[in-house]
Structure formats: C-alpha cells, structure tokens
Write a protein of this length. Structure first.
Length: 392
C-alpha cells in the first residue's frame, strides 16, 4: 500500500508541475516589469510560408487562398506548398492557385517533419527573415502576417501565433476543443510571455533564419512541434508569442476520427519528455524557472485526459485507502485548479457560451475515452508509425 501511495503521489506531483510553474510566473509578473517589445525595424520582415501537405486536396485550396488574401505586401512574403508523397490532386490544386509547389517522393521518410527538413534544404531560406510552417488544414486571418511582424526582429528567435479551432460548431468535441484552446492562448501563453518564458510551438510556428542556420531542422519525432520547442529552449533560443496573429485549424469531430491523432500527440509528448527533458534540465543556457516550465509542458497530458486519469486515481484511493489518502486526494484535486481556470477563461470568450456549456455534457464520456487513448498512446512511444487524422 505504501508503494501505491508513492505511485499516486508521483502522478499527482507531475500533474501539479504546470500549476507550480504558473504560480511562479504570476509572482514573477507581479514583482517584475518586463520591458516592452522592441519596435520593428524599418521595413516589414520577409516571410516564407511552408505548407507541408500529404493528400490534402479537400483543404489545401482554402489554406492557400487565406495566405494569398493576407493584408501584407505581396513582395514581402512567399507561399510554398510541399506535396509530400501525394496520391491525389494536392499538387495540381496548389499550382492552380499560382503558388510554388514542391513535389516530394520518399515513401521511407513520410510525414511533416521530413517534408519540412527537405524543403528547407531546397529553398533560399536565408533570403527571408523567418520561415512559418502551416498545416494544410488551417486558414489564417487577413492580419496574420502583420501580427507576426509585430514580434520583429525575427531572425534570431521563434514565434508562436494564436491557434484557434476552425470548426467549433461541428460537434461537442470541437466545441470543447475551442473552449480549451481559447483558455490556453488567452491565459497560459500570455502569462508565459509576460513572465519571460518560452511558449510551446504548434501550427503556424515561425522560426527565424539565423535559428535555422545555426541548428538546422532537427525535430523528427511524432510531436515535432513540441520537440522543436524543447530543442530551442535547451539552446536558450527565445520563443515569443504573437497574440494578434490568428489561425484556425480543423479539429477532429468524432472519437473515431481523433483516435490516432490523440495517441500520436501523447506518444510524441512522452517521447520528447524522455529524450529532450534531460537536455533541458542539464542546459546551462536556461534558468530554473524555464527548466521547470518546459519539463511541465513536456509532461502535460492535456486537461481532459488529466481529468479522466484523476477520477480513476481518486476512485482507486477511495477504494484502497492507502497511507496518506487524504493528502493524495487533496493533491489530485489541486491539479485541477489550473485547467479549470483556463477553461473558464476560454468559456468567457466563447461567442456562444451556452452552447459551449451544453457541449461539456459530453465530457464524462470523452474523459473516459481520452484515458483509453492515453493507454494506446503509451504503445506508440518511440516514434512508431502513425495514421494521419482523417479530413472532412
């Protein structure tokens, strides 16, 4: 029973890491005043948008059209689609819209990270201030590039834009995802930025040319975005936040559609925790607060999976009454404070809050399913092959 208490206590401590990091960030913000962002240099930065696409004929048109419609001088940015091992009309559609399309055929090295690494070596990246990597299922607002430019100069850092859900009305799953994304990008990321911490990278990530020149593209795991975040953090490279650069990515609308996606994300996260976590802890280029926050990000399993796991552990503690049961219960419940707070922030900004509240009626079923996906994701740790999320 003592071993059970230690095991549950360890899980609770891991789930509390993010809460501890946020508490330290709030204290840091209250006690310090971060200097304002440097003003942009004369002339808007030159941007290269890369869109890796594998059989994306359903969505590549809307993605590219949104990029071409940005309110940004056309001479200051280019769009390149990477048709990666495609068997459909992705290449044809992209070229028909007037953008450059690189066709890549390498069945042994499939997937977004390999496509990006290949394209970076094919293109004159040094002619641009930064490269932005956008998933083919995403669309951007007209002011997206201007929002990125607000973080200039860009050459020596990375920048993460505001990610939102493109299809919040499709199901309870997509509505909950929109609320939770709103909480993270309106609550967690601004706090990290104000506290001088790196924000995690995701869809639309912007990487400066000097960063790519110095480190190349070294992220090839199932969670390449998170791995790139871990690599840059361990190297002391700043990752800023661009809250005015908005993009919208398609969210899986059903349990069947999102199964491989959730397992892939979790497997990539745990793989990076094991592989990159020690590098961050040992790094002499980053401080203690950043180390704690980065390890907490790598260890996070997501708010809904965390809720499902917490309920199971609470039932286990109640049924077995191990030593320190009351303390364990308190620690587990305390780990919910942070995700609940961010969920409330997201809910307060949702354009249809009553619909969002109704969507959370599906939460008990979804939480149980996410715990099952969590177990499935454990089998994929080690970068095993995954099936792409279906499009609609």
């Amino acid at each position: 029973m003592i071993l059970l208490s230690l095991a549950v206590g360890l899980v609770a401590a891991i789930m509390l890491l993010s809460t501890l990091s946020d508490a330290l960030s709030i204290a840091w913000v209250l006690l310090n005043h971060r200097s304002s962002q440097p003003s942009s240099p004369a002339g808007l930065p030159r941007l290269l948008f890369l869109v890796p696409a594998h059989d994306e004929e359903l969505l590549i048109d809307s993605c590219v059209r949104s990029l071409l419609a940005m309110q940004y001088p056309t001479a200051r940015y280019d769009v390149v689609v990477i048709a990666d091992n495609c068997t459909d009309r992705t290449d044809e559609i992209a070229r028909g819209l007037g953008v450059r399309c690189l066709a890549r055929l390498d069945p042994d090295l499939r997937g977004k990270p390999h496509a990006v690494a290949w394209a970076v070596n094919q293109l004159p990246v040094g002619d641009y201030d930064a490269v932005l990597i956008l998933d083919a299922d995403a669309v951007v607002e007209p002011g997206f590039a201007e929002g990125i430019a607000e973080a200039a100069p860009l050459a020596r850092k990375a920048v993460q834009p505001f990610n939102d859900v493109r299809n919040p009305e499709e199901s309870s799953i997509t509505r909950m995802a929109a609320v939770l994304a709103g909480g993270i990008f309106r609550g967690s990321f601004p706090l990290k930025y104000r506290a001088g911490l790196n924000v995690p990278l995701g869809c639309g990530m912007c990487v400066g040319r000097e960063v790519l020149a110095a480190y190349g593209w070294k992220a090839f795991s199932l969670g390449e975005d998170l791995e790139w975040y871990a690599i840059l953090t361990s190297e002391g490279v700043a990752i800023d936040y661009a809250p005015n650069a908005h993009l919208y990515a398609q969210e899986a609308k059903s349990l069947a559609q999102s199964g491989s996606q959730r397992q892939r994300w979790l497997a990539g996260r745990l793989s990076n925790l094991l592989r990159r976590g020690p590098e961050i802890v040992r790094s002499g280029k980053t401080g203690i607060r950043q180390k704690l926050d980065a390890v907490a990000e790598l260890a996070a399993i997501g708010p809904i999976a965390q809720l499902g796991l917490l309920v199971l552990l609470e039932i286990l503690v109640f049924a077995t009454a191990p030593p320190g049961a009351q303390i364990l219960t308190a620690l587990l419940l305390a780990s919910l404070v942070r995700p609940l707070g961010y969920a409330l922030i997201g809910l307060s900004h949702d354009p249809h809050p009553l619909r969002a509240v109704r969507a959370f009626a599906f939460l008990p079923i979804y939480a149980v399913w996410r715990v099952a996906a969590l177990m499935g994701g454990l089998r994929m740790v080690g970068d095993k092959y995954w099936i792409r999320t279906g499009r609609h």
